[in-house]
Structures are given as structure tokens and as C-alpha cells.
Design a protein around this ligand. Structure first.
Ligand code: ZN
Length: 194
């Protein structure tokens, strides 16, 4: 029995099969009629969108559809680790994924399965923008604090009279940690612990 079309097709779309010839030596068949069978060779597309704007959270949307007519592939199962995800009821062919992430980069791996089709591997790694912003902000803030502390601690302490602001004074150590100052301009006395 010989078919009028190849059984393996690499093109997407319908192919009609009918029997084109029967080679028979046993029964001496001279004529035949053939029912044609229409077969659609199809492929499933699974574009994946990953949203990483919210810190420490990954929200991903997989939209599965048949390439032949763009109709949604709603009967699939998306496996993320041991979790089985099914198509959203109000959005057929849409599979929603959400998981926590603390790293500045996230990798989403899974498998998408539809009966009669080869399993589709899902593997996407992208930068987590929300986390990067949080970490950069934290690093910037910490750096600024460190720089501020260094600047403040290196700043020489200038003693001035608390009444008139003069820097002409006499200091006497009156206790292990206490100094007494006397302003030479206005006569004010004050104490400093150091
Ligand atoms: Zn003074």
C-alpha cells in the first residue's frame, strides 16, 4: 500500500492522505477506491514572559498555542519542579507561574506537556530587576553611611567658646577624662569630656 504523501512532515499545516496504489499479487486486485484522511502536522509554541519588577518575587506567564491556527493549547500541563500547573480557566492556554526569589538572577526551568506532542523544555535565565534595584540601593546607602562615618571621624575637632565662638582659650585637665576650658575673650568657662 503506497500513500500519496510522506508520513513525516516538517511543514506545519494540513496534509491529505489517500491510498495512491496497491501492489497486490495475491488477490489480483485491479481497482480500488480510497478514503482520504486529513492530518494536521502541528507544533506548539510556548512564549514565556517573566516579570521581575516586584522585589523577591517572580511572576511568569507562559502562553501555549498551536502554530497551525494560533488556537490556545489549553489541555497542557506545565511542570515546575514537582508542581503541576494547568491552564487558567478564564484565559485558555495561559499558565501562570509565581515563586519567591532572593537572587539578582532567576532561572525558570520546567516542562510543558500536551498529549500527542513531544515534551517542551522550559529553561530561561534572566536578571531580576527588582532585586538588583533593592541591592544597589542597599549598597549605595551602606557606602554613603561608611563614607559619612569616615569623613566625620577624620574631621578635626575644633574647640570654640560656647558663648562667643572664640578659639582663644586655655585648657586644663582636671580629671582623667575631663578638661576645663577658659575663654580668653569673654572669660566663659566650660568642661569637655574626652
Ligand atoms: Zn568666649
Amino acid at each position: 500500500m503506497i500513500l500519496n504523501n510522506d508520513l513525516v512532515s516538517y511543514d506545519i499545516g494540513p496534509v491529505t492522505y489517500s491510498v495512491s496504489r496497491i501492489i497486490d499479487s495475491k488477490y489480483g486486485l485491479k481497482s480500488f477506491s480510497s478514503n482520504s484522511v486529513k492530518v494536521i502536522f502541528d507544533k506548539i509554541r510556548t512564549p514565556l514572559e517573566i516579570d521581575t519588577i516586584i522585589p523577591f518575587t517572580v511572576k511568569a506567564t507562559l502562553r501555549a498555542y498551536y502554530e497551525s491556527d494560533n488556537s490556545p493549547a489549553a489541555s497542557g500541563i506545565l511542570m515546575i519542579g514537582d508542581y503541576k500547573l494547568y491552564s487558567e480557566k478564564d484565559q485558555p492556554g495561559t499558565y501562570l507561574i509565581s515563586y519567591p526569589e532572593i537572587l539578582p538572577v532567576t532561572r525558570l526551568t520546567g516542562r510543558f506537556m500536551v498529549e500527542g506532542f513531544n515534551e517542551i523544555k522550559i529553561d530561561k535565565t534572566i536578571a531580576h530587576m527588582g532585586n538588583i534595584i533593592i541591592y544597589l540601593t542597599a549598597i549605595t546607602t551602606i557606602s554613603a553611611l561608611i563614607i559619612h562615618k569616615i569623613t566625620v571621624s577624620k574631621k578635626p575637632k575644633t574647640i570654640t567658646c560656647p558663648r562667643c565662638g572664640s578659639t582663644h582659650y586655655i585648657g586644663i585637665k582636671i580629671a582623667p577624662n575631663v578638661w576645663e576650658y577658659e575663654c580668653q575673650s569673654c572669660g566663659k568657662r566650660w568642661y569637655v569630656n574626652k
